[in-house]
Design a protein around this ligand. Structure first.
Ligand code: UDP
Ligand code: MG
Length: 316
């Protein structure tokens, strides 16, 4: 059995040495044959040089160098596409996902589970706002979508070969990985851990990116907002209709003392607000259809080290 540990790396030079040492120590205990597939996602520091140094020292460290920064989801996809192993474990390079948990993941896999999620019991070193917004996000997305995306689970998990094959077969370009992991299904189980703060460097996600990530998650896995826009429009029209009847009756009963200005303005502004909102929701989805219809690859590989199978390689 072989196990691939898939590590998206964006400006992680301060972490790689420790990461490698800890992974090696852990994997040597397990007795499985293993490899680290490090995906360099357009780092501007010396991440790539460090990876090459590790590779020349230990051939189990393999490198996929993307042609630019494609974002974490794309980097992860690149690693998952390339692995030929019996199981893969996506892991953050910043050591927030402790490699020491890998034996537990492997144990559940040997029990016959295809997906083993590592669920965070706590997240130290992350701001209150980030934790709270993540909490709200999972509640919302799970209310709205048909697949249950396990809350408090990052990308750190074990995926068996059948799951990897299923993921590789999914054609979509916009890859909200947590959702796709849940969507493919298979027999899954959880293990629990306390999430550590970043070992070195700082997070590259700001709140605007997190917000966009949340919109991505919701629109990729739910059509409720689209339907909501329609229902809201219907409700508003109904209210406007009732209001119109009331106006007619009151004119007949009380006469018309030319006082319509406020009611016209209120109705007008309210309705245009609702229309803009509905258009915005449609725009979100339309943008995604546009993106998919371009059929561009999710990532491009500039060069690879030690990889037998690196799809989308543009340079030999
Ligand atoms: N990452 C990446 N591309 C990016 C941003 C991040 O490959 O554009 C990697 C990063 O190197 C790390 C993982 O994704 O291994 C998680 O990133 P980060 O720690 O910044 O996210 P957080 O833990 O704050 O959610
Ligand atoms: Mg992190």
């Amino acid at each position: 059995m072989t196990v691939s540990i898939i590590i998206p790396c964006h400006n992680e030079s301060g972490n790689l040495e420790t990461l490698y040492t800890r992974i090696r120590a852990v994997m040597e205990q397990t007795g499985e044959s293993w490899e680290m597939i490090c995906v360099n996602d357009g780092s501007s520091d010396d991440t790539l040089l460090q990876l090459i140094a590790l590779h020349s020292q230990d051939k189990r460290v393999k490198i996929i160098d993307l042609s630019r920064n494609f974002g974490k989801e794309a980097a992860l996809t690149a690693g998952l596409d390339a692995t030929l192993s019996d199981a893969a474990i996506p892991l953050d390079a910043d050591l927030q996902d402790p490699p020491e948990l890998i034996p537990e993941l492997l144990a559940q896999w040997r029990e016959g589970f295809d997906v083993v999620n590592a669920v965070r019991l706590s997240r130290t070193g992350e701001s209150w706002l980030k934790r709270a917004s993540a909490h709200v996000f999972y509640r919302i997305v799970n209310r709205m979508s048909e697949v249950e995306i396990p809350p408090d689970t990052g990308d750190f998990r074990l995926l068996s070969r059948p799951v990897l094959d299923a993921l590789q077969a999914l054609p979509e370009r916009r890859r909200f990985m947590k959702g796709l992991f849940a969507w493919v299904g298979f027999r899954s189980t959880n293990i629990y851990y306390h999430r550590a703060p970043r070992h070195s460097g700082k997070t590259t996600w700001n709140y605007w990116q997190l917000w966009n990530f949340a919109v991505e998650g919701i629109t990729s896995f739910s059509q409720v907002p689209l339907q909501l826009a329609a229902y809201l429009g219907f409700l508003v029209s109904l209210l406007a209709f009732l209001y119109a009847i009331w106006l007619i009756i009151s004119t007949i009963v009380y006469g018309n003392p030319v006082k319509g200005y406020p009611s016209i303005m209120v109705t007008l502004l309210f309705l245009s607000g609702v229309q803009l909102m509905a258009l915005g929701v449609i725009g979100e989805y339309l943008g995604r259809i546009y993106e998919e219809s371009k059929q561009r690859p999710v990532y491009l590989v500039k060069q690879a080290w030690g990889m037998v199978n690196a799809p989308n390689t543009i340079l030999a």
